[in-house]
Design a protein around this ligand. Structure first.
Ligand SMILES: NC(=O)c1ccc[n+]([C@@H]2O[C@H](COP(=O)([O-])OP(=O)(O)OC[C@H]3O[C@@H](n4cnc5c(N)ncnc54)[C@H](OP(=O)(O)O)[C@@H]3O)[C@@H](O)[C@H]2O)c1
Length: 271
């Protein structure tokens, strides 16, 4: 496949670039400074800024899919450059007839001008700026449950299938249940006061809440993890440093101190 990649020189983008090249994809990366990228036979670089429409068009024309790993210049400074770039990329994708755009978001998405999730969950203040940009991006992207249905046949039968984004009501939940989806991440509909209404919709549609969703599995082991969770993506010295020192130190701290940074509830399931 030919993939147009934005943000290839960044922390997340570099990892995505590595993976795409390793699996044999051809990557066309737009970069402000091509010197930051290591030459590779599968990599073509388009020099330019993500806000520069002709450069974006050059990067996406003829691509099968787009991966966007762009970030902000400086998350401490409120700005809209990132979301403007994403709007330009999506417009270029439409013009080129590309339907697949994969983009990274982050914690605190849907934080609003008043702080939203950031205030409720004690995220650092700088998250508000990036979360606001990601929230603007969500308005640019189209979310469709058809993506879940399209991917279904390729998901191994022993996996717990969670559909994320796009649940607007009872009919959507029923449609996904009928297709064999096990669980739902109710996103925008679950924000603030709407969370109660969204949960009611799921209950109304006959989906058991929380742990009961895991009832179809012969074995379920729930593991509460304090944020952050150990990475299986990073190996070598970086992985050791991250998992041992960063994650390890965090987990060694007293629970009352770190609880406000959030929890992950991991479910290991066997069918
Ligand atoms: N890193 C994480 O742990 C993490 C976790 C969750 C979510 N995310 C999300 O993932 C995304 C990327 O994060 P990151 O940490 O990888 O960010 P990063 O290291 O700051 O990388 C940002 C990338 O975007 C590029 N970029 C920014 N503005 C541009 C512009 N106008 N034109 C062209 N390129 C531009 C940068 O290019 P230059 O090299 O030219 O500056 C760089 O390649 C963000 O949206 C972030 O919220 C990251």
């Amino acid at each position: 496949m030919v993939i147009a990649l934005f943000g290839a020189t960044g922390r997340a983008g570099r990892l995505v670039l590595e993976r795409l090249l390793a699996r044999g994809d051809h990557v066309r990366a737009l970069a402000r400074d091509p010197g930051k990228l290591v030459p590779h036979p599968g990599l073509a670089v388009v020099e330019g800024d993500a806000r520069d429409v002709p450069a974006v068009r050059r990067a996406v024309d003829g691509a099968d899919a787009i991966v966007c790993c762009l970030g902000m210049q400086d998350i401490a400074v409120p700005a809209t450059d990132f979301s403007e770039s994403v709007r330009g990329i999506v417009e270029a994708a439409r013009a080129a007839g590309i339907r697949r755009v994969v983009a990274i978001a982050s914690a605190g998405v849907l934080a609003d001008a008043r702080g939203g999730l950031r205030n409720q969950h004690g995220l650092p203040a700088a998250f508000a700026n990036i979360a606001a940009e990601h929230t603007r991006n969500l308005r640019t992207f189209e979310v469709t449950l058809d993506t879940t249905l399209g991917l279904l046949p390729r998901v191994p039968a022993d996996r717990l299938l969670v559909t994320e984004s796009g649940i607007a009501g009872r009919a959507d939940v029923q449609r996904m249940r009928a297709a064999g989806v096990h669980a739902f991440l109710v996103g925008e509909a679950a924000m603030e006061q709407r969370i109660t209404r969204a949960k009611a919709k799921v209950a109304e549609a006959g989906v058991p809440p929380d742990r009961a969703v895991l009832g179809g599995f012969s074995q379920v082991r729930l593991v509460p993890e304090r944020f952050p969770v150990k990475s299986r993506l990073h190996g070598g010295w970086k992985g050791t440093l991250y998992n041992t020192f960063f994650v390890g130190t965090f987990n060694a701290l007293p629970r009352p101190l770190v609880r406000r940074f959030g929890w992950h509830l991991l479910a290991f399931c066997t069918r």
